[in-house]
Design a protein around this ligand. Structure first.
Ligand code: 48F
Length: 479
């Protein structure tokens, strides 16, 4: 085959653009790919968070590459060694309590684990500002580092992030810009960046972990930046504190993020109890394809409201609160996500993804998991509120405006806090996903064909197709 330069060019631009587009909205934006940023990225990605690192330099690894004064070995203490062990990085005891590791092996291995777990690294990009809404940082502002270095007058771009980690090391660059430009008080003694002190390895290592916290709404600080922010000393080329600080930042973020469903599992049922007719219409549509409930598993089963009526016996659910409600309804529920289903291959005759795809982070993975646990000849059933329908448009509008319009909304509309986490899917998107995963013989059923305001007036019999219903159910067969 003769290689074509233009195909190579298109491949790079195309693939990079896809990747970059996908990461314009993230759960966590980490600024800086030093040891603390990389470790945080790994823990967060493993916990299912969508995480991107933005790194000014071409190279990743921050100050870890260089070991101490370019002697490319690092030192860690016992607790730090435990983190290196997690990555399988080789360490050797030098004296009791002091371990050394090759700094190149350390950086490359942690980076490899982080990216394989799903974290994306955008190098040569500098964070020069943040986005702030009502006192909370909701994103970062980025530019190409060469643009910054050349001092070119070019406007930057922005990334939305639920949480930001300032992992920029000694410079605390994110905090500096917040201090300079935003009317936000930092969570330090002075309310400002207190500045780094001279070297004191022992104290600094302890303080780095203590100082790893949320420093202002939406921003966590970790690694050397944490000590610089809270007035702690530097530690030099001992790296345990950096690694442990990355882990702590990730844990703080994961535990801060409680799903709205976890907070108030009953609200979901309450809504359906006020919208009984809508419930019956949706149930009829799902029933159409759930013909073997004893051999059906419901993924993202929630409270099991639908599943109890459908006679479904098995479920998977990430939140404990919801899972307990479903268990009370007699369903055997395992804790797990759609992307990581805790069942063996080819177990079920039917897999139901009931209005769950809009909440799933990685839809492709969810589909391939459904495929995996289905027997050959078994069926997947996917229900969703269609993105092209009037319900989702009405919900999105309410979310943007902060309240439902009583003139257009039904009497008891869906709580806005449930809308916040959704990412609606169109019928075409679900169709493509099903086909790409290998499902065949797709069949479509639709319901809720009236304006949302009137859908709770009369139970609807579902009809074939997808061109008018707001609620679509698709069945596909695993060949
Ligand atoms: O400095 P760095 O390695 O921070 P760290 O993870 O680790 C500190 C240790 O390396 C060492 C130490 C421990 O013994 O004291 O210094 O806390 O990595 C920080 C990274 O952030 C990048 C910078 O290029 C480096 O790779 N960085 C800094 N400012 C920005 C940035 C910015 N504005 N935008 C993007 N990246």
């Amino acid at each position: 085959m003769e290689l074509n330069e233009i195909v190579i060019t298109k491949a790079i631009i195309d693939r990079f653009s896809q990747k970059f587009m996908e990461y314009t909205e993230v759960d966590v934006a980490i600024v800086g790919s030093g040891p603390t940023g990389l470790v945080a990225a790994w823990f967060l990605a493993k916990a299912g968070k969508k995480v991107a690192i933005f790194e000014r330099k071409l190279s990743i690894g921050g100050g870890m590459w260089g070991g101490g004064m370019m002697f490319n070995e690092i030192v860690v203490q016992e607790e730090g060694k435990e983190i290196l062990d997690l990555f399988g990085i080789k360490t050797r005891e030098y004296e009791p309590g002091y371990y050394t590791a090759d700094s190149i092996e350390s950086v490359t291995t942690i980076c490899s684990h982080a990216t394989k777990a799903g974290a994306r690294i955008f190098n040569c990009m500098s964070v020069e500002d943040v986005i702030i809404r009502e006192g909370r940082v909701t994103g970062i502002v980025i530019s190409w580092s060469p643009v910054e270095m050349a001092g070119l007058h070019v406007d930057p771009l922005s990334i939305a992030a639920k949480h930001v980690i300032d992992a920029t090391g000694h410079d605390t660059e994110v905090l500096r810009v917040i201090e300079r430009k935003a009317d936000v008080t930092l969570n330090t003694e002075t309310g400002k960046i207190m500045g780094e002190r001279s070297m004191w390895a022992d104290k600094a290592e302890r303080l780095t972990i203590e100082n790893t916290r949320e420093i202002c709404p939406g921003v966590f600080v970790s690694g050397m930046a944490a000590n610089a922010a809270f007035g702690g000393p530097r530690m030099g080329p001992i790296f345990g504190g950096m690694l442990l600080s990355g882990k702590k930042a990730a844990e703080l973020i994961t535990s801060a993020e409680v799903s709205p469903f976890e907070e108030t599992p009953e609200d979901f049922d309450t809504w359906f109890s006020k919208n009984k007719i809508v419930f019956e219409s949706e149930l009829l549509a799902e029933k159409h394809f759930i013909t073997d409930p004893e051999n059906t598993v419901s993924i993202g089963i929630g409270s099991g409201l639908f599943d109890e009526r459908l006679g479904i016996k098995y479920g998977v659910e990430p939140t404990e609160g919801m899972a307990n409600l479903a268990r009370e309804r007699g369903v055997d529920v395992k804790i797990g996500t759609a992307e990581n289903v805790p069942y063996e291959d080819e177990k079920f005759g039917t897999v139901l993804l009931g209005t769950v795809l809009s909440y799933v982070k990685d839809r492709k993975k969810a589909m391939s998991e459904a495929y995996r646990i289905l027997k050959h000849g078994g069926h997947i059933v996917v229900s969703f509120l269609a993105r092209e329908g009037s319900y989702t448009m009405m919900y999105d509008l309410a979310y943007i405006k902060g309240s439902h319009d009583p003139e257009t909304a039904p009497k008891d509309p869906y709580p806005i806090k449930f809308i916040e986490e959704t990412n609606w899917c169109s019928t075409r998107e679900v169709t493509d996903l099903l086909r790409d995963t290998g499902f065949v013989d797709l069949k479509y059923i639709q319901t809720l064909t009236r304006h949302p305001k009137y859908t709770n007036d009369e139970v609807e019999e579902p009809t074939e197709g997808y061109d008018r219903g707001d609620y679509i159910v698709i069945q596909g067969r695993k060949p």
